[in-house]
Design a protein. Structure first.
Length: 465
């Protein structure tokens, strides 16, 4: 009997203790910050309209919006915006986590988390030394000093870098010994899917065995089967970083921005879907640790001024036509460049290619793909411009139409975008506010309209950094 009473007392104490631990534990220890580079609300809404399922981020209980202006310019770049999100301070465009006079380094939330004993991971679909990821581990007056940025990865002592390779390995930027520096700082290098494993204590830099010209992941629309995807890098990061003291992980969908610069709606949508899959990985983790996890999804700025409508289609929309595009603007542009060199492809052959890769002109595939004279004229003019350099348009008009991209590729993309019912007024960033989605412990704090610096301050405060 005495034993039973002791046991009951013991169990009661256990229950009481675990309750009181939960009640006092107001600080989430697993912090995810997802940044869709260039991802405006219309990017999210368009992607949601193209897919058959509701995007994960749109299921979060808290929605907000943030202003994105830089200290010296209303329309920001990714360096100033990344700095604001990483540190809670405004700086000038081009600057990575320093003040605008470049005399002071500003501590980042990732560094604060590391200092606190948490593990830290930085994941991106672009090169790991690009402005957004760099803003979390580097301090540099100029974002294009890729070597100087990349070597700061090695000194960061962060536990995980995943996604892109480094631009700073190129001779253009320095001695090219970034990988060697990472290895001597104790980083294990992983470049293949079946090598993704961790003993939980090592530091890891994971990227794909081949990358594109920019040392980034391929666009999701072009990704070879054997390439690790952004969501796989994220999932592995979660497994690798999970520990009792918690972690901070920043995941960037970096090529949402690049596709938007090129006004390539279909590639943007595929990269955003993959970004959302990465968020779904975090949500899976959150469901196992709801009290201890906070997930924030936002963007550094909007790119392209994406509109879900255009002057020609008016009130009509066929957003799902974007699903027919088979490759990115980059990949198609490479083909066009080789046609130009080899001089064997005439206009009819080029149009067959457009039909195959974009569906344009293929009425059997979808009746909406029938080309009208206006579209045929646009394509023909752009083809001649690309192949001969002769354009019917003056310089300003050409730039406005093609943005410096290959005219034929750009026109094919624009014709598809127009048929789908979208349009882009610019090839650059815009000053549009960007969305915030939050779930987990502390999510209510992210409700409302505020500045990007305030978003960082909220995270720093809630996570006790
Ligand atoms: Zn950009």
């Amino acid at each position: 009997m005495k034993k039973i009473i002791t046991l009951i007392l013991f169990l009661t104490l256990m229950v009481y203790n675990s309750c009181s631990v939960k009640q006092t534990k107001n600080t989430p220890k697993y912090i995810f910050l997802f940044i869709g580079d260039g991802m405006g609300l219309s990017h999210v809404a368009l992607t949601d309209a193209v897919t058959d399922h509701r995007l994960t981020m749109l299921q979060f209980p808290t929605n907000g919006a943030i202003s994105t202006f830089a200290q010296d310019r209303y329309i920001t770049d990714s360096a100033a915006a990344g700095t604001a999100l990483a540190t809670g301070e405004k700086t000038s465009c081009g600057t990575i986590s320093q003040d605008s006079s470049h005399t002071r380094s500003i501590p980042t939330m990732a560094e604060m988390a590391k200092q606190k004993g948490m593990k830290v991971g930085i994941v991106t679909s672009v090169s790991i030394d690009h402005a957004t990821p760099a803003s979390f581990y580097a301090h540099q007056k100029n974002r294009s000093e890729y070597y100087d940025i990349a070597v700061q990865m090695a000194s960061s002592n962060f536990d995980y870098f995943g996604g892109g390779f480094a631009k700073g390995v190129g001779e253009k930027y320095g001695p090219g010994d970034v990988k060697e520096k990472m290895v001597s700082a104790g980083y294990k290098i992983i470049t293949k899917r079946d090598e993704l494993s961790s003993n939980g204590t090592e530091k890891i830099w994971a990227y794909n065995h081949t990358t594109d010209y920019s040392q980034s992941l391929y666009y999701e629309i072009d990704r070879p089967e054997d390439h690790i995807s952004l969501s796989e890098f994220t999932k592995f990061g979660i497994d690798h970083l999970t520990n009792d003291k918690g972690f901070f992980m920043m995941v960037e969908g970096g090529r949402i921005d690049w596709a938007s610069h090129g006004n390539d709606g279909a590639s943007m949508v595929q990269d955003l879907i993959e970004f959302d899959r990465s968020i779904a990985e975090a949500v899976r983790f959150y469901k196992l640790h709801p009290e201890e996890t906070l997930i924030i999804v936002t963007a550094d700025h909007e790119t392209g001024g994406l509109a879900m409508g255009n002057a020609l289609t008016g009130y009509q929309s066929s957003y799902k036509l974007l699903n027919y595009q088979k490759l990115s603007q980059d990949f198609f542009s490479d083909k066009v460049a080789s046609w130009k060199k080899e001089k064997k492809v005439n206009y009819e052959m080029a149009m067959d290619s457009i039909k195959f890769y974009f569906g344009l002109g293929d009425k059997e595939l979808n009746p909406e793909f029938e080309l009208i004279d206006y579209e045929n004229d646009q394509l023909k003019n752009a083809f001649n411009y690309t192949m001969t350099g002769k354009s019917a348009y003056g310089d300003y008009e050409s730039y406005k139409r093609y943005g410096g991209y290959d005219p034929f590729t750009m026109t094919a993309i624009q014709v598809l975008n127009t048929k789908a019912g979208i349009s882009w007024p610019t090839f650059a960033h815009t000053a549009y506010p960007v969305p915030v989605f939050a779930i987990g412990n502390g999510n209510q704090e992210f409700n409302g309209y505020y500045d990007n610096t305030d978003l960082a301050k909220k995270i720093i405060k809630i996570a006790g950094l």
